[in-house]
Design a protein around this ligand. Sequence first.
Ligand SMILES: [Zn+2]
Length: 449
Amino acid sequence: MLFQRRRILSGHSHNLTVQVAKKMDVRIILLLLVNFAVISFGRKSYEGWQVYRTAPLTKLALEGLHKHVFSDPKFQVWSQPILNKPAEIVVCPKSRAKLLNILKKLNLSPKPFILNIEKFLEKERKEIENIKKQEIYGLINYVTFERYMDFTEITDYLNEVAANYPSIASLETIGSSFEGRPQNLLKLSSGSGSKKKIGVFINAAIHAAEWIGPAVALNAIHQLTANLANNQAFLDMANWYILPVANPDGYVYSWDHDRLWRKTRRPNKGSKCVGADPNRSFDVHWSEGRETNPCVAFYQGPNVFSEVESKNIADYLIPNGLDGNLHLYMVLHTYGQVLLHPYGYTTDPPININDLALFGSEAASALKAVRGTKYEVSNITNAFYHPYGNSEDFAYDQAEIPFTYTWELPGGAENSHDVPLSEIKPVVEETWEAFKSLVQSVYIARKNL
Ligand SMILES: [Zn+2]
């Protein structure tokens, strides 16, 4: 069986040159189609739109923001609002006066943070195009951290990794998105190593616009394949399950039509607004959610698991978690530089709170040691406003994965929504150090059970 599997895979790699050539044809056609789509259906312009930054949020202000600002589709989130940190809110010129009024009433002393969003987005697009022009596309095992990668490029890379490292890598699809794109999961496993190996699941881009997440996930793959010589221990300790684009429709839409798109792309009955927040769709205290307007960023959807992308993730996590294959689950978001553990739906501490907090702090220290980037470690509910139905709580409670973390990676600053291109590499490198620390901690904890 194993031999057969190997034979099929090595046959695959013999044909790789042909496949790459074919793939490039398909790619050119796809590119033409995408360009056509952009020209035909347009890209949302944020010309004249601004971002306002508030004072650091108190608990009351955080609540007020959700009730009066984020419940109103006129306003958008630039980043997830986090307790004790300033909030950044996107507004079009027409609604600016209304926003300022609300923020002043909430005592949040708003200040203009970005004067014209389109300028930043255009700069990012141009920089990506310029870097692309200098690249020789079509190299096998192609991944870059010089710029963000689109869905087709990421899919190609995952296929190439599976073909080039057949003894450790395999690619599967955990399901299809609403529009029929695959939710690709790359598994990395050496087969050898300790019997007490742990399972690590990484979920990125569940929120489409959060582009640094896939880069961090792809770097984990890169480290465990092309740079395996320096990371063998982490393949011996763990089997890795990496989902670089959890919300493929949203991700594609954020590239082609609306850079700030966060949700899925399922139409909502009786509403012109599309999609729901896939990280509010999970079956964990979902009915307690308060985000019922289809037009807002945090919309929880019409029913639990209305978002097929979330259902597919759940259907993968439940059996694997309960069978003891998964021990560490991480979801990558932007931005805020916080590392959060359960719960989101209650202030009650989870049973292994001490280990969750300790391992989180150790990971944050390992990350900080690289170049001084600081993360705060806390539970989700201390940082966010009622994130009912989130995948982290679901993975912990329902799939019984004992260590689950939410990463709010760096972003924002004076630059853009995600980190500028020059920061991708440093961010993925420092985060990898934290991943190693977490894997080691969870591995040792499990070994001592
Ligand atoms: Zn997010």
